[in-house]
Design a protein around this ligand. Structure first.
Ligand SMILES: [Zn+2]
Length: 317
């Protein structure tokens, strides 16, 4: 049966059923059918995908944001200003890195937003806010810096909106929203993850019980598989995230299998004894190219990841 005939048949049945109900109202009580067949509504968080997407485009509007650029300086201020009203405290963690090959000393800053600073249990979400100085996957523009809509702005945007979510409904535990600098310096892994390395070596009183990295999570129809190292190191934390995604109806965005094994900011955390997993959609054709722009990303993707993070953090006791 085609969908057309199926629909016509169903309509005819409903009309007949309606007539019969009408003719029998005197003797048979009406049966409440709608409340019986309605599916249970999924309870998503207050995460506003459009507002998060506006945080993404605002970063991109500053242009490229590698350390040392004007966009980098302006982006630090943008994050600080949008974060501060929604957390108890913002702490800046400045540090320097000297790149011997380029003969340059970078002035870098990790940004730490803290909610419930006195709570014994602390969970962390983290992301990088800098962008790649070289489009090394873009054959025609290898030496040009990228805008980094997905690779830089997406995780930052999600965390800025999550601060608003947690401000409206305060979690029971301490929450640290960390924005690390110098993730995408390089090329070469020894020159990357600079902010994550610095924080992992100097967490001070902000050392979390665990940390979840959001990197490249804004692509349209975002699809996040379990990352290999995360699964080896923290299978239970991974399971918690994928269960939250399934419970919220985001199974299509979070397929429950391992696909890539990736070097990222979670590695220095793990090496420093901080349990950490990486949420990343690595099937991104515009990775480290000039094509990594806001039109490749979507509010729906930010909301899917934001809702799952709001649930994971909100469920903590
Ligand atoms: Zn990158």
């Amino acid at each position: 049966m085609t969908n057309y005939y199926r629909a016509a048949f169903a309509l005819a049945f409903l009309l007949l059923a309606g007539c019969r109900t009408q003719s029998q109202t005197m003797s048979v009580p009406a049966v409440p059918t709608l409340s019986v067949v309605a599916a249970p509504e999924l309870v998503h968080s207050a995460f506003d995908g459009d507002r998060a997407f506006a945080d993404l485009t605002a970063q991109c509007a500053l242009g490229v944001r590698p350390p040392g650029s004007l966009g980098h300086t302006q982006c630090l201020e943008l994050i600080r200003q949008r974060l501060a009203p929604n957390v108890d405290k913002v702490v800046l963690q400045p540090f320097t890195y000297t790149d011997p090959a380029r003969h340059v000393t970078l002035h870098l800053t990790n940004i730490i937003g803290i909610i419930n600073p006195n709570a014994a249990k602390k969970v962390m979400l983290f992301t990088h806010w800098d962008t790649r100085p070289t489009a090394d996957m873009d054959l025609d523009h290898k030496n040009q810096p990228i805008v980094g809509a997905d690779d830089g702005a997406s995780g930052t945007a999600a965390q800025l909106e999550l601060a608003r979510v947690f401000h409206a409904k305060r979690p029971a535990v301490g929450v640290i929203l960390l924005f690390v600098d110098g993730e995408d310096w390089g090329p070469g892994e020894e020159k990357m993850y600079l902010g994550a390395r610095y924080f992992a070596a100097h967490p001070g009183i902000y050392k979390p019980d665990y940390a979840i990295l959001l990197d490249m999570i804004g692509k349209k129809d975002v699809t996040i598989y379990r990352e290999g190292r995360s699964q080896d190191w923290q299978p239970e934390l991974n399971a918690k995230v994928w269960k939250a995604a399934a419970d919220l109806g985001y199974g299509a965005n979070f397929p429950d299998s391992v696909k890539y094994t990736i070097g990222d900011d979670h590695v220095p955390f793990h090496e420093a004894g901080i349990p950490a997993i990486d949420l990343i959609d690595f099937d991104y054709a515009y990775w480290h190219t000039l094509g990594d722009t806001a039109d490749k990303c979507s509010p729906q993707s930010l909301k899917a990841v934001g809702d799952v993070m709001a649930k994971v953090v909100g469920d903590e006791k």
